[in-house]
Design a protein around this ligand. Structure first.
Ligand code: 8IG
Length: 276
């Protein structure tokens, strides 16, 4: 589906109906009627699903209703169906649409709504992000314990009041920590981007209780909760946030940290998803 004809760009369309159509596309193209778990791969996590199980089908995201081509090299535009050793079906979303692309929140959360429509009841959201906690170094995966949505936007439309207590499931975080007791956790601040923060913005994030800065995940988590899913969030700290690290941030550095962390986060994801 090309950008100019994306049905989500029609403001009169129902985004949940479009997600249901997308889920039917996935069922038809993968031959898998229902998925149990959905996994969104963020920067640095591109290959981290490879140990989760056997990939039975890979489909270009562009063949699924409402999905668009990736904006950035390194963000993989495909959807995969994985069968875990325990027989669970995992839908791997390698095609995140970021808020900063400017296509609106409906496009940002479409993959999450589609995942829910495929039957998935667990949403695993991963991202690459900047770290604020001084004990962290680049290349370290951490759990997301909560978020602060600094986009000023929401995937909810109208008077849709959704409780966000325990948004990042305590139960699922406990499962992850049983797999790796060294996992630390923190509060994720979603900035609009695409520029990285100023040091003053990072000090603000720290002052209001944030530990991780990024450009995704919070809006998706809200939509996942609205859809009734249980959420597990991981950030790969690919860099220390601006001003925490004294050298300038570079996209290259982010890619490099992801590459180096690959074996660790692949093993972590496979083991955690194996316990879900
Ligand atoms: I990777 O330091 C990655 N994504 N906002 N700040 C924000 N997003 C990020 C960062 C960062 N690193």
């Amino acid at each position: 589906m090309s950008d100019t004809t994306n049905p989500l760009d029609d403001p009169t369309a129902d985004p949940f109906e479009i997600a249901a159509t997308a889920a039917a596309d996935i069922a038809r193209l993968t031959g898998v009627a229902q998925h149990d778990i959905a996994l969104t791969l963020g920067s640095g996590w591109g290959k981290a699903a490879d140990l989760v199980g056997e990939t039975t089908v890979t489909i270009p995201a562009t063949e699924v209703t409402g999905f668009s081509a990736p904006a950035l090299a390194g963000h993989v535009g495909s959807l995969r169906s994985i069968l875990t050793p325990k027989g669970k079906r995992v839908l791997v979303i390698g095609a995140r649409t970021h808020y900063y692309e400017g296509h609106g929140v409906r496009r940002v959360v479409h993959s999450v709504r589609t995942a829910a429509a495929t039957g998935a009841t667990t949403m695993v959201l991963t991202n690459g992000a900047g770290g604020i906690k001084s004990t962290w170094t680049a290349g370290r995966p951490v759990l997301i314990s909560d978020h602060i949505n600094l986009t000023g936007d929401s995937p909810l439309e109208g008077a849709t009041f959704i409780d966000l207590t325990d948004l990042y499931s305590t139960r699922l975080r406990d499962v992850a920590r049983r797999v790796d007791p060294s996992l630390d956790e923190g509060v994720y601040c979603q900035f609009r981007g695409p520029q990285y923060e100023t040091p003053a913005e990072v000090r603000m994030a720290k002052a209001i209780g944030g530990h991780i800065v990024g450009m995704s995940t919070a809006l998706e988590a809200i939509a996942a909760r609205q859809a009734g899913m249980e959420i597990l969030g991981f950030s790969l700290i690919t860099n220390m946030a601006a001003g925490i690290q004294t050298t300038p941030l570079s996209h290259h550095e982010v890619i490099e940290a992801g590459r180096e962390a690959e074996p660790v986060i692949s093993d972590l994801l496979a083991r955690v998803i194996g316990e879900l």
